[in-house]
Ligand binder design. Structure first.
Ligand SMILES: [Zn+2]
Length: 669
């Protein structure tokens, strides 16, 4: 008869059917098999004093609960100029969100809250963005046209973002391929989200309006590591101007991913490039899994009429009829929730179908219940639950009330009565999408490399002209001047780092911090071995940065000053490694006092060398070991405190070794 259905086995089997491999094990063949394709939208805040369209200061952030006023808004969709509603707009409307803006007077004026039209565009920001456009080999537009891009999640109080394209059709040179750029735009950053619980979403307006650029690539990346390489390249390119913000959240990527036959899915706001490989890897397999689900449903519903007619059946049930193993607070019995059981015809084996590591198709439903119907999790259980919470649910009773077939699956959802109609619609809508394959959506990323539904992707017609802003002509003279002053391209910097013999594992650190110009200056002015500087910057600096919180006044230029000081005073550069941790915490302290705290005393080379014979004697007396290595080590241990900074330790060690041999020879003869 009917074999007992085990969701755990089904999950494992479907994971296998999809051909999921971990990223560690994945090869280019795996990515070719699923048709991996990805493109990037790299956002970067510019380092300007003021915001883009008003005179409020940029880059001042306060704690979440430090604010002067709150404004509450409710978003409503309006017909676009083409007479259509946008999908995202409708979704946002369904959520019936109240949007709260927390405002700090210092960082917000009437422009941000949509009470006055924009001021003229910030020229400082425009100039930086143009330089970056030129560096990205884009063709610069003749005239800048400000347009409005619809934003209906509330993150911009006006409901749209002011944005302008500055350049089109450029390219960047990666190690093995060129990646084409579609365009670069300048735009205003959106609000910072503080929380999003049930029907209330809270934002802070300090970030709103900060000048931001967006570099958009073609979907030219064919594996996850390549996407990361591209994201790094664009980030380094932006930073090479020295005119962009570098703090956390000042650079964010949206990563567009699709598999063959899938749809464009946008993973939003990835702030650490190192997460990109895992995220894109998992997303491409999630899409591939959704296509497998579609194929299965097609087999079960071969006629298109049947597929179009497919619908769920639902029934409100009394909570006292339900017994299941989650606590009453989660179940919402305290809050008088409404309970609805839902029959999904032909969905057996689909709910527990693999989608992402540790997740199954049922998660896609639960995620949408949270985001669209605003019902906090846990908001449902289902007939193919792997964990124990569903064990005591009487799914047999539910099955009999629906008189449903053995290939059906069931859900039990709950939430406030007002949210239930949206919840039921949401479940039906997502299940119907399973017949299509991969829904167009944006997804939020998690540290573990998985993603969660965030929004329906907006249609193409979300841009329209900004009637408040006149076009801004671009002066050819300015462009010529910018072209003369462009920083060196990143791929040339890589070549330079290799030429300097810098270890590969520190290239990223050097480029991320835009240290090449400083390094060039050090080599030009101070005549130091590049290898020494490589270790100093790549290892000493990087190591201490991880250990000590640097003072906000710390600047890398201070390292140049230190090396110059050592050279002028005829001191050995090696001592810089001991001074650097001090500079981190006290960047303004003068170097002589730092050396004093390190108990450094200036002494001559002959004076140091003169101590060697006595130390040799002493070593022989105390008989620590006759081994020549331990002899050198012991003597160097004694000499190091005097010698550090006064002479090269490697040379000293060589001399000690020689003296040691000669004295040993003496003893032997
Ligand atoms: Zn303002």
């Amino acid at each position: 008869m009917d074999q007992v259905f085990d969701p755990r086995t089904n999950y494992k089997q479907t994971q296998k059917d999809v051909g999921y491999v971990t990223r560690k094990d994945a090869t280019q063949e795996d990515y070719d098999r699923v048709g991996f394709k990805a493109g990037l939208e790299v956002h970067q805040q510019l380092k300007t004093k003021k915001k883009l369209f008003c005179n409020c200061p940029a880059g001042i952030y306060n704690d979440d609960d430090n604010y002067d006023a709150e404004i509450i808004r409710h978003m409503r969709p309006t017909l676009s100029e083409l007479g259509e509603y946008d999908g995202t707009a409708l979704m946002e409307f369904k959520t019936r969100k109240n949007i709260i803006y927390r405002i700090k007077n210092e960082t917000t004026c009437t422009y941000e809250i949509d009470d006055t039209p924009p001021f003229p565009i910030n020229r400082e920001a425009l100039d930086i963005a143009l330089v970056i456009s030129l560096l990205s080999k884009l063709n610069i537009v003749g005239e800048v046209h400000i347009t409005r891009k619809q934003y209906l999640d509330g993150s911009i109080p006006t409901g749209f973002q002011r944005t302008a394209i500055l350049g089109v059709e450029g390219e960047i040179q990666l190690k093995n391929k060129k990646v084409r750029l579609i365009q670069l735009s300048i735009e205003e950053d959106a609000c910072r989200e503080i929380s999003d619980i049930a029907h209330v979403r809270t934002y802070k307006t300090d970030r709103l309006g900060i000048p931001l650029i967006e570099t958009v690539t073609y979907p030219d990346f064919s594996n996850p590591d390549e996407v990361r390489e591209g994201a790094d390249y664009i980030r380094y390119l932006n930073r090479s101007t020295g005119k962009v913000r570098v703090g956390s959240g000042s650079g964010r990527d949206d990563v567009n991913v699709s598999c063959r036959g899938g749809s464009r899915v946008e993973i939003k706001g990835v702030s650490h490039n190192k997460q990109i490989p895992e995220l894109t890897h998992n997303e491409v397999f999630r899409q591939f899994a959704l296509l497998k689900i579609r194929d299965k449903l097609f087999k079960r519903f071969p006629s298109s009429k049947k597929r179009t007619e497919w619908s769920i059946v639902h029934k409100t049930i009394k909570p006292d009829k339900i017994t299941f193993n989650i606590n009453s607070k989660q179940k919402g019995t305290d809050k008088k929730f409404t309970y609805v059981s839902i029959n999904l015809p032909g969905f057996k084996g689909i709910l527990s179908h693999f989608t992402q590591p540790g997740q199954m198709f049922a998660n896609e439903l639960s995620d949408r219940l949270k985001v669209i119907a605003c019902i906090e999790k846990p908001n449902m259980i289902h007939s193919e639950q792997i964990d124990l919470s569903a064990k005591n649910v009487n799914f047999h009773a539910i099955r009999s009330t629906f008189q449903s077939g053995k290939n059906d699956a069931f859900l039990l959802i709950w939430g406030p009565e007002d949210d239930i109609p949206t919840a039921i619609d949401t479940i039906e809508e997502r299940c119907r999408m399973a017949f299509e394959g991969v829904p167009n959506e944006s997804r939020k990323s998690f540290k573990d490399g998985t993603t969660i539904f965030e929004r329906v992707l907006p249609g193409a017609d979300r841009m329209y002209p900004d009637t408040d802003s006149p076009p801004i002509p671009i002066d050819d003279k300015d462009i010529k001047q910018f072209n003369k002053e462009l920083p060196i391209e990143i791929h040339k910097r890589y070549t330079q780092l290799i030429k300097w013999n810098f270890p590969i594992d520190i290239h990223g650190y050097i480029l991320r911090n835009n240290l090449c110009p400083l390094l060039e200056k050090i080599f030009k002015d101070l005549d130091i071995d590049p290898k020494f500087i490589g270790t100093l910057f790549g290892h000493t600096l990087k190591h201490h940065l991880g250990q000590i919180e640097p003072s906000p006044d710390f600047k890398y230029e201070r390292i140049y000053d230190l090396l110059l000081f050592l050279k002028k005073n005829n001191l050995d550069f090696e001592i810089s490694k001991s001074v650097i941790p001090q500079i981190y915490s006290h960047p303004n302290k003068d170097f002589s006092s730092i050396l004093k705290t390190l108990k450094f005393k200036k002494t001559s080379r002959p004076n140091i060398l003169s101590k060697i014979p006595d130390l040799n004697k002493k070593f022989n007396q105390i008989h620590v070991s006759k081994n020549s290595h331990s002899r050198v080590d012991w003597i160097m241990g004694k000499l190091r405190p005097f010698a550090l900074g006064n002479m090269d330790l490697k040379t000293l060690s060589e001399i000690v070794e020689k003296k040691e041999f000669s004295s040993q020879n003496k003893i032997q003869t």
